[in-house]
Structure formats: C-alpha cells, structure tokens
Design a protein around this ligand. Structure first.
Ligand code: FMN
Length: 368
C-alpha cells in the first residue's frame, strides 16, 4: 500500500538510481519481520528446506548486501549475484529501462558488480560460520542463500566459473551457473549444443572434487534463457541429466520483443523481463519438465505478479518460483500477499502441500 503511494515519486527517478537508493535504504534501516509461515507452502527441494517457494531472483542484490533484510519481507530464499571473479563496471548508463505500460523492464547492465572478494566479505557478516557464532538472530540469515555466478567480460568462461565454485562452495545453499544473460558477449553460446555438454562436464567434475574434499554436497543449478529453440532445450536437458546437474532455473530475460509491447522504450537493446515473458518462460519451463521427466527440480521465473501466476508455474513443473520485475511495480508487500493467496489456493484445490501441485498441469505436449 505504502509502496503504491510512493511509486509515482520513485518512478520519477532514473531506474538504476532508484534501485541503488532502495538497496542503501534497506541496508541501513532496521527491519521488523513481516514474514509469516504457511505449513502447506513448506517443501524440501534439492535436499534443502524451504519455508516458502517464493524467492528473490538474481540481479536485485548483486553484491549480497541485503539478504537478511530481504528475508524479513517473507522471501523463502534469496539468490544473490550475478557475481564475477573481479569487480566490473558493466555497460554504459543508462542501462535499465522501465516499460510501465507493459509491466516490464529492459536491462543491459552487463554483470556490473563489486567482485567475488567483496561478495564474500558481505556474506561472512550474516552466515553462521566458525567465527560468527556470536551473530544475533536478527542479523543471521535464516533462509537458503543461492549464489549466482558468472564470468568477467573479457575472460575465458570456464576458469572463471571454476574459480567461483571454489570461492563460494562453503557458503552457498546452492550455486547457480548463469550462462543465459544476454548482456555479456558470447555467454549464451555456452548453451549451444556444441558447447553445453563439455562445459557442464568440466563444471561437474570440479563440483564432484569439491564435494568429496569438503564432505558436503552443495546443489548446482543452471539458469537458462527463454530464447532457446525446442531442439536446443532438448540438448540442454540431456546435458543436464547426463552431467547430474541438480536443477534448472527457467528463465533469464529475453532478447525477443513480443509484438504487442506498447511502451516507447521497447526498442532499447537488452534483456526484457516482467509480464511479457510470462508465457514464453512457462512454455520453456513445461518443455524442460517433460524433457527431464520431472527427475530434477525446476525453478520458474519470469513475469510472476500474483499467486495465480506462481501457482501456474508450479503446476507447469516448477518446485520453486522467483520474482524480480513485479517488485519494481508492486513493492515487497507482494511477497506476503502471494504466499497468503497461494496457501489458500492450494488448500481450495484440495492439495495438502505445495509439493503435490508440481507438474500437475504439464501435459505431455511440447510447445515450440
Ligand atoms: C535489472 C535486472 C537485472 C538482472 N540481473 C540478473 C543477473 O545479474 N543475473 C541473473 O541470473 N539474472 C538477472 N536478471 C534476471 C532475473 O533474475 C529474472 O530471471 C528475470 O528478470 C525474469 O523474472 P521477472 O520477470 O520476475 O523479472 C535481472 C533482471 C533485471 C530486471
């Protein structure tokens, strides 16, 4: 409600400035917890306990500055990053554009972030580790933390990903390999059939070494683009299963522009997110559920604005759901509203727990 009143004022600010201000405000203002738990929304996914399936998508908290604050808004998990080994500026500004009439955003940030060292220092402040047993409950993160990793602009991909796996293995609840951002040149080619298998094999070998030496298993997720053709989707699904990747995040932003966009910024280059990608990301989600035969968890992201949208993704095969763009338009009050409505909805449909909804509407028909 408060956000809706303030939104016109916030929208007078340049989008990136508004975002940076929001991070600063959240970082330094004390937060009272607004989180409520619903028993029928709890689930275990990839062997991790989730109090709710609604999470913050990657890209909002790139440097892991405010996961504890985000948890107080009721998120069931937070994915921070994309973090790269070295700090980098990203593309020239302006590079985030609101498309208010389409409930969408276009961004071409290009993995701007403060680098892995800074990220690690930040997470050490709130993760229970050897030296932080003295953390008070208010400053400790009590929800799963996903760490989304990417490569630096001018470096070779594989060494960067392996380095970041080493760096964050001890701290993440899960690690996301992001090869689907459209704003880093050639990154998305790693999803192509001539590269994906070899790439995932190398990642998985390193991951196996890490899990053996550390005697701890941290699940690996792969985040994919909604722009893959059906044939590419099948190849990616096969490579994921063959290399025992633990889950798939579907999807990143799209470089396509649906013909019915009306906002004047629609021609800006970059990745489109929000309402216009709901349909496409759901199609890919459903295809991947069918290709993987429901054997590994999927995380549905793209265009979720309410509990019906979240329910739809889960019924199409998602075990968890993430959101970004809707928060820009609706504020974080949306998290608790979605949880409340989703809990009611699954009970009304006769399900005891959210886990029973996964894939119920993913009929065996691929979408091209
Ligand atoms: C401004 C902005 C920055 C983003 N940065 C990242 C990023 O660094 N890494 C990533 O994997 N996804 C990033 N994303 C993509 C989101 O995580 C999400 O996959 C996409 O926006 C679709 O979800 P939505 O429609 O709920 O926004 C970004 C999205 C936006 C709008």
């Amino acid at each position: 409600m408060l956000y809706k009143i303030c939104r016109p004022l916030i929208f007078t600010l340049e989008p990136e400035l508004a975002h940076n201000l929001a991070i600063k405000l959240l970082k330094y203002s004390p937060q009272l917890s607004k989180a409520r738990n619903y028993k029928n929304l709890t689930n275990k996914v990839a062997d991790i306990d989730f109090s709710s399936p609604i999470g913050m998508a990657a890209g909002f908290d790139k440097n892991a500055e405010i996961p504890v604050q985000l948890s107080k808004f009721g998120f069931g998990f937070v994915e921070c990053g994309t973090v790269t080994p070295l700090a980098q500026e990203g593309n020239p500004r302006p590079r985030i554009f609101r498309l208010p009439h389409d409930k969408a955003i276009i961004n071409r940030l290009g993995f701007n972030n403060l680098g892995a060292k800074n990220f690690l220092n930040n997470i050490k402040n709130f993760l229970p580790s050897l030296d932080s047993s003295s953390l008070s409950p208010a400053t400790k993160l009590n929800i799963p933390l996903g760490i989304n990793i990417g490569k630096n602009k001018d470096s070779e991909a594989l060494p960067d990903y392996l380095h970041l796996l080493d760096k964050f293995y001890d701290y993440a609840s899960y690690i996301t390999i992001n090869i689907s951002s459209p704003n880093t040149k050639n990154l998305r080619d790693l999803q192509k059939s001539d590269q994906i298998n070899e790439f995932l094999k190398a990642i998985k070998n390193h991951h196996t070494d890490l899990s053996n030496s550390k005697k701890k298993y941290v699940p690996l997720f792969l985040k994919i683009a909604p722009d893959l053709t059906i044939f590419e989707q099948e190849e990616v699904a096969r490579a994921i299963l063959d290399n025992k990747i633990d889950g798939i995040i579907i999807s990143n932003t799209t470089i396509n522009r649906p013909y019915d966009l009306v906002s004047k910024q629609k021609a800006e280059p970059g990745g489109l997110s929000g309402y216009p990608i709901f349909l496409r990301s759901n199609q890919v989600l459903k295809n991947m559920y069918l290709f993987t035969k429901g054997q590994i968890p999927l995380i549905g992201v793209g265009g979720v604005f309410n509990a019906d949208d979240a329910y739809h993704k889960i019924a199409m095969g998602a075990s968890l759901v993430q959101i970004y763009t809707a928060f820009i338009y609706e504020g974080f009050g949306l998290v608790e509203k979605i949880k409340k409505d989703l809990s009611k909805k699954i009970a009304a449909q006769g399900f005891k727990n959210i886990s029973e909804v996964i894939g119920v509407e993913a009929k065996s028909q691929f979408v091209f």
